[in-house]
Design a protein around this ligand. Structure first.
Ligand SMILES: [Zn+2]
Ligand SMILES: [Zn+2]
Length: 364
């Protein structure tokens, strides 16, 4: 079928619209009409050609309505509303253990730009292949084919477009606190960088009853929002003796830190302010040289811990977050700003400039 898609080609700062041909869903896939798709920093890295082959259709926070069901798919029917998460095999030890973001085949499935058999679902009108299946979905498009295993069915009465960021930005931050670090009532956490992922972590830390929730960012308006959403203490990034000031809040350091930035200096601060046996979680690699402070880690039993997808299983975690949201206890919709699909280039520019926390494109 013919679709409208925003295609990322080498040398451009934002995707540009093209008419493409989309294959019918193959065995195990769903054909989904995309209603909305969030943009996150991973899309910007991929646009620059650092993560996946170009040309490609990016987009990995898609929500939509099932139109076609591929052979062998069970549990889905046309008309179902779905949130599309990352792709995983469903059968390897980590998938079976409920942590599909560490699927044995996560990298080729999500960043390979094609199915595991090497095929791509997209072609130009001239027949030239365009990479597809970014995070299993490539949802900067009016329609996608995606593995049924990555789709999470949701109540059709819910406002579907608002749910778009749940599958990446929100699950990454909330899952880090709830599922990966397992922050408990009475404990403390410092969160570095309060964009969509960091603010989701702030809200989750309040949800689990953390006593001290410290937010650090360069942007004062984001710190103000962090205070509204649950931060008990906020600091401007780069302020003098930041680690010492955070340690002073508890007298002995915080139980956990969660770093959403790529700054090597922040990686150091995030270990410096940990209490003995504290854990420093991070979601993106440092951009630039950074050596883990081995003596601090050894002398205090401290740990530095990478976290993908919040260590969470989308099929159970996303419905749980939706219930918390409906109860008013997890207001992630506060982070969202909608853009018409036609304004994708402007939305990319706003993300790059830090002018928006969680842009969501509306395809209809
Ligand atoms: Zn797997
Ligand atoms: Zn993402």
């Amino acid at each position: 079928m013919k679709i409208r898609a925003a295609v990322s080609r080498p040398g451009s700062t934002a995707p540009a619209f093209e008419t493409l041909n989309l294959e019918a869903p193959r065995a195990g896939e769903l054909g989904v009409r995309v209603v909305a798709a969030g943009i996150c920093h991973t899309d910007l890295h991929a646009q620059a050609g650092r993560l996946a082959p170009l040309p490609i259709v990016l987009g990995h926070e898609g929500v939509g309505v099932v139109e076609r069901v591929g052979e062998g798919v069970q549990g889905f029917a046309p008309g179902d509303h779905v949130v599309l998460s990352g792709s995983s095999c469903g059968t390897c030890p980590n998938c079976l253990g409920g942590v599909p973001s560490y699927c044995d085949t996560a990298m080729p499935r999500n960043f390979g730009g094609r199915r595991l058999d090497g095929s791509t679902a997209l072609r130009t009108e001239d027949g030239a292949p365009v990479h597809s299946h970014f995070f299993g979905q490539s949802s900067f498009a009016t329609h996608v084919v995606a593995p049924a295993g990555s789709a999470v069915k949701v109540d059709p009465a819910l406002p579907l477009a608002v749910l778009a960021p749940l599958a990446c930005g929100v699950i990454t931050g909330a899952g880090a606190v709830i599922a990966a670090l397992r922050v408990a009532a009475g404990e403390s956490i410092a969160i570095f960088g309060v964009g969509g992922v960091g603010l989701s972590a702030v809200m989750a830390a309040r949800l689990v009853g953390a006593e001290r929730i410290v937010a650090v960012d360069v942007n004062e308006s984001r710190l103000a929002l962090a205070r509204e959403l649950g931060a008990t203490d906020t600091f401007a990034a780069g302020s003098d003796d930041l680690a010492a000031r955070i340690r002073a809040l508890t007298g002995r350091g915080v139980h956990y830190t969660f770093n959403t930035t790529a700054s090597p200096a922040v990686f150091s601060t995030a270990v410096d302010c940990l209490a003995m046996r504290g854990i420093a979680g991070f979601v993106t690699a440092p951009q630039g040289e950074w050596a883990p402070p081995m003596f601090q880690m050894l002398s205090g039993g401290r740990m530095v811990r990478g976290i993908l997808g919040g260590d969470a299983a989308p099929r159970t975690f996303i419905p749980m977050l939706i219930r918390y949201w409906q109860q008013g206890r997890f207001p992630f919709d506060r982070l969202v700003r909608f853009y018409p699909f036609a304004e994708i280039a402007q939305a990319f520019a706003h993300v790059a400039a830090g002018e928006v926390i969680k842009p969501v494109l509306r395809m209809e």
